[in-house]
Design a protein around this ligand. Structure first.
Ligand code: NZQ
Ligand code: ZN
Length: 384
């Protein structure tokens, strides 16, 4: 096992009806800015529930944070937060609203050009404290310190990480996910699945409990994911999926092990240039990525084949082929296409995707930092 520091300060309020408890987590004199997306939380009544729980607080609202939140929109919220001297933010929505809120939290008190937080990884020395009410389980953003923001004007989708942007608390009420459209349910399962894979399917470092945790999360997604599509109001299924997606990217399974993230990096360029949902990009890239890197990932692929898919017959190469095939078929069974052609994207799109990776310096990816641009190009070609 590798050395690590693990610290996760986010308080989780899990279960039915927990929105009612948020006032205990926010200072009574706070000037609170509620942030949300395109209006699902208005339709579902979640926003009204949040406002009822904040009775007596000074509350402002900022809406319109889009899926794959943009710098352009978020900077309007930064202005509002500065103007109104906001001292607590409350994100109500999915990963995009939470990520956007992390950026607002960091950018509002930032002395220089806020874009540098993303483009130059400028140090975030302070941030407005914030909490979350999660409505879509997928990203793990509700319990981690990362955020992904897109600048439309320049076609950049960039990540920043800072210990200042862990949420103070997150409400995880599985009932709030009953209203998700099937596409977002499937996206959530695929995204959480690939988060586990990025931290598990590398090379062995004898991290036994991290491996067993990771395999448990994958098995839960395989078992419960399809049920959520069939029985959208099954509380137990939603509860298991929600906690699984949070644990998939809250630092726990990634502590002390090598991490990959190349699938995510190649996927981000597909979202920027072609508008695919984040999870759709992962479903396209991952099977091709595993095929391409089957030698360097051989030992873990065999462990994955055995412990996750129960594949124990045939040669090692056959079992690896089958494991990759099972992964692809799992995504397809959730109605998430796993080829570029499934989204109407042809091989002619590949040079521009590769150029984006080059421009973003994504030229030495993966657990060995040796996954170069030529191999990235090959992955896009295999995914066609
Ligand atoms: O905008 P509204 O109207 O709220 O609708 C949203 C949105 O259209 C809708 N929705 C959310 N909750 C709902 C609901 N509709 C009905 N009922 C509900 N309960 O779902 C749509 C998608 O929402 P979004 O927040 O974009 O989805 P997701 O949670 O998958 O977030 C994706 C974003 O997170 C980033 C992605 O890159 C992408 O920008 N990621 C963040 C990570 C992190 N911070 O750790 C890691 C991930 O790898 C990922 O990159
Ligand atoms: Zn992801």
């Amino acid at each position: 096992m590798q050395n690590f520091t693990f610290h996760n300060p986010t308080r989780i309020l899990f279960g039915k009806g927990r929105i009612a408890d948020i006032a205990r987590e926010i200072p009574a004199a706070a000037r609170v800015l509620i942030t949300y997306g395109g209006g699902s939380v208005v339709k579902t009544g979640t926003l009204a529930e949040v406002k009822a729980a904040l009775k007596g607080y000074t509350v402002f609202e900022f809406s319109g944070i889009e899926p794959n939140p943009t710098y352009e929109t978020l900077m309007q919220a930064v202005e509002l937060a500065r103007r109104e001297k906001i001292d607590f933010l409350l994100a109500v929505g999915g990963g995009s609203v939470i990520d956007g809120t992390k950026f607002i939290a960091a950018a509002a008190p930032f002395a220089g050009d806020p874009w540098d937080i993303l483009a130059r990884q400028a140090k975030v020395r302070s941030a407005i404290p914030f909490g979350c009410v999660l409505t879509l389980s997928a990203t793990g953003s509700e319990m981690n310190n990362g955020a992904v923001v897109t600048r439309r004007a320049s076609n950049d989708k960039l990540v920043f990480l800072s210990s200042q942007v862990f949420p103070r608390f997150s409400v995880l009420d599985p009932v709030k996910t009953f209203t998700l459209p099937p596409r977002q349910v499937a996206n959530g399962v695929v995204d959480a699945f690939v988060h586990v894979i990025e931290q598990y399917l590398t090379y062995p470092v004898d991290a036994k409990v991290q491996d067993r945790f990771a395999e448990g999360l994958l098995l839960t997604l395989i078992e419960e994911g399809p049920k959520a599509l069939q029985e959208p109001e099954n509380y137990s299924v939603r509860a298991n999926l929600m906690w699984t997606a949070t644990l998939a990217l809250n630092g726990l399974i990634g502590a002390g092990v090598p991490q990959d993230w190349a699938t995510h990096m190649l996927g981000h360029e597909l979202t920027v240039l072609h508008g695919l949902d984040h999870a759709q990009t992962l479903a396209v890239i991952l099977p091709a990525m595993l095929q391409m890197r089957r030698e360097e990932k051989r030992e873990k692929l065999l462990q994955y084949a055995d412990r996750v898919w129960g594949l124990r017959e045939g040669s090692a190469d056959t079992r690896i082929d089958q494991a990759i095939d099972h992964t692809r078929r799992f995504f397809e069974s959730l109605q998430v296409p796993t080829r570029l052609s499934g989204y109407g994207i042809g091989a002619d799109a590949i040079p521009a995707l590769v150029a984006q990776l080059q421009r973003h310096g994504a030229v030495a990816l993966g657990e060995h930092q040796d996954f170069d641009i030529r191999r990235s190009q090959r992955v896009y070609e295999l995914a066609a």
